[in-house]
Design a protein around this ligand. Structure first.
Ligand SMILES: [Zn+2]
Length: 129
């Protein structure tokens, strides 16, 4: 699936703040990813008043892991207006679920795609070769 289609499908998951309850905002950011096997998974962010929550990438990764996959070919996070580069925690999460994901293509802006390796130049831990 092309990034443009991942973006279009992820944007269908976006909804307005506080649709769920006065305390919880969710779906302000959505994420789409495609695995090496060609399957796609999507997720939305969660943000509560006390600061608990998680990024849309974490939600999409969780859906992928639930389906028994861990190798990500490409990933993108979106709001209605823009593409969002993954935060540092999500960059590390993408790497930690499978070290092969250093080659994951990450859309960080319209017309700008980098590998995870370019976004994580100094790894926390590397397997001994
Ligand atoms: Zn994040």
């Amino acid at each position: 699936m092309e990034f443009t289609e991942l973006i279009a499908q992820a944007r269908k998951l976006l909804f307005e703040r506080n649709n769920l309850s006065p305390q919880c905002s969710a779906g302000v950011v959505a994420c789409g990813l495609e695995t090496k096997a060609g399957n796609t998974y999507f997720g939305i962010n969660v943000d509560t008043d006390c600061g608990l929550g998680f990024c849309a990438e974490s939600s999409a990764i969780s859906a992928m892991l639930k389906a028994g996959e861990a190798e990500i070919a490409k990933i993108v996070a979106v709001t209605r207006e823009r593409i969002l580069p993954p935060c540092g925690r999500c960059r590390e999460m993408i790497y930690q679920v499978n070290h092969q994901n250093l080659q994951t293509l990450v859309m960080v802006d319209i017309d700008k795609i980098l590998t995870l390796e370019e976004l994580l130049p100094c790894l926390w831990w590397q397997p001994e070769e």
